[in-house]
Design a protein around this ligand. Structure first.
Ligand code: ADP
Ligand code: MG
Ligand code: ZN
Length: 488
């Protein structure tokens, strides 16, 4: 039967490094790119007798994430040991939460900007295409990192004990595009909430993908195949597309499905059998005798009082209150720092839309061109607001403003200073403008002829010529008016 007739089902287990100052169960600092094994202590090295101490901030961040996703936190959560031997896990168990996680239920909203266009199902007013229900979110610790060099291996325990939040979706995702949108949307939410940088390239967000297919909606779900530890949205997308095709191909040949863990090789673009039957594992989870269960009430109440605005709510607010297009608002809310910059620059602005245009068309263009991150942006939000104010007040022309902006970007100078230094003023005085208008009309009798013959749009060419004659200093609005009068 054709692949398109099979019904795929996908569930994700998403692991996220929390952005706490220290590790989950010890005081070691969390930082990336340090010399191997320079951020370790007896607890995260799993030395005998070392005891874990809970990181309260990690608990708060997990509860916060749950609340942002409309989930609930049970009154009590507890810690379990998930037992397995692996060289990068020296205790021979991982502290995790087995049957009493910090968060249950909730859903991840999928944002329209993360779908290929045109959208298949359309988006709601707020840019949300749909919501994927969650099973749970629990907290655990990351393992160390092993690197293999030919015949030997190196172990770095800097990452061991990093607070790791695991977000588990229900098997309710239908396509690779939806899975990609779930990941990208969740990433954006986590970054806005300040709970993670969720940089997949740095391993701060990783994903296990579970895929099955069935022949009809009336059938039970098929046996799932799990692909572990994918580290980019693109890889997740490719892995799902491949796996759906592979499973459909097997079913077509009459090969029965079986639950297994397969290895995804992103370079080769295929999954392969792990043979070792890793999923036959019994982790023998049992309550960790070193950690007491946690009563969550006080944290739940505390977090409820300081819930940040979700990216899509912020976007909808900018459309509603600032008169931005959904596209503009989407660009400006891509990253929290950019959203904050825009809102600072637009504070008190008569036309926030003008501020948005300057950021999107000029600032982002230049930052991108020079590969400068927003953090090193030389134009402060206050300076940008001032520049837009000068244009809106008619003190300088749009063309002049672009020059001023270039100077501000190059030197960090204040707009008023650049305007003064260059002697920029906008010519709005009719006497001076009339002169330019007459000069241009005389030089272009052919264009005048065409306008009189009904080609109204040609007047824009004349406006351009007047602007040029004035060295960009003429007020274009007044020029249009004067031209209309002269041609009437
Ligand atoms: P396990 O105990 O093997 O980890 P779970 O039932 O906890 O399995 O599910 C783990 C992940 O697999 C979840 O994201 C869930 O949505 C997904 N999943 C479960 N069953 C299926 C299935 N039949 N097809 C696709 N995904 C599935
Ligand atoms: Mg699993
Ligand atoms: Zn430590």
């Amino acid at each position: 039967m054709p692949i398109a007739d099979y019904i795929p089902t996908i569930g994700l287990e998403i692991h996220v490094h929390l952005k706490t100052k220290s590790k989950m169960f010890c005081g070691c600092a969390l930082s990336y790119g340090e010399a191997p094994n320079s951020r370790t202590c007896p607890t995260c090295l799993g030395l005998p007798g070392a005891l874990p101490v809970l990181n309260e901030e990690a608990i708060r961040m997990t509860i916060l994430t749950g609340q942002l996703l409309g989930a609930t936190t049970p009154e009590v959560c507890k810690w379990d040991r998930k037992n397995y031997f692996y060289a990068d896990m020296p205790k021979n168990y991982q502290i995790s939460q087995y049957d009493q996680p910090l968060v249950v239920g909730g859903a991840i909203p999928m944002y329209d900007q993360y779908f290929p266009k045109p959208l298949r199902d359309g988006a709601g007013e707020d840019g949300v295409v749909g919501r994927i229900p969650l099973t749970r979110i629990h907290l655990e610790e990351d393992a160390g990192k092993s690197t293999h060099f030919g015949a030997s291996s190196g172990l770095d325990f800097n990452r061991a004990g990093t607070p790791l939040m695991e977000v588990v979706t229900e098997p309710a995702i239908r396509t690779a595009d939806e899975a990609a949108a779930v990941l990208a949307s969740l990433r954006q939410i986590l970054v806005f909430a300040g709970v993670s940088d969720a940089d997949m390239e740095r391993g701060q967000m990783r994903c296990d993908v579970n895929v099955s297919v069935r022949k009809s909606a009336g059938d039970p779900l098929g046996a799932k195949v799990e692909l572990k530890n994918l580290n980019s949205v693109a890889a997740v997308r490719r892995a799902i597309v491949f796996e759906i095709e592979r499973q459909c191909g097997e079913l077509d040949c009459g090969i029965p499905q079986r639950q297994e863990t397969r290895r995804w090789d992103d370079d080769r673009g295929e999954s392969s059998d792990m043979r070792g039957k890793e999923d036959a594992h019994d982790y023998r989870d049992f309550p960790d005798p070193d950690l007491l269960p946690v009563r969550t009430g006080a944290w739940v109440a505390e977090v409820r009082g300081r819930l940040p605005e979700l990216p899509h709510a912020r976007r909808a607010r900018l459309v509603r209150d600032h008169g931005l297009t959904p596209y503009d608002a989407g660009v400006l809310t891509a990253e929290p720092a950019l959203a904050a910059y825009y809102e600072e620059a637009a504070a008190g602005a008569a036309k926030p839309k003008a501020v948005a245009n300057w950021i999107i068309n000029e600032l982002l263009g230049r930052l991108n061109e020079q590969q400068t991150p927003l953090a090193s942006n030389p134009v402060t939000s206050g300076a940008l607001r001032e520049l837009v104010g000068l244009v809106e007040a008619g003190a300088i022309s749009g063309a002049q403003a672009k020059e001023v902006f270039a100077e501000m970007f190059a030197t960090g100078a204040a707009p008023a200073a650049v305007v003064r230094e260059r002697g920029f003023t906008q010519v709005s005085d009719d006497g001076a403008l009339e002169g330019f208008v007459q000069q241009v009309l005389a030089a272009h009798p052919d264009l005048v002829e065409r306008i009189r013959a009904g080609e109204a749009k040609v007047v824009n060419v004349l406006v351009g010529q007047v602007m040029k004659a004035s060295g960009g200093r003429a007020n274009p609005k007044r020029v249009s008016e004067l031209l209309a009068r002269a041609l009437a």
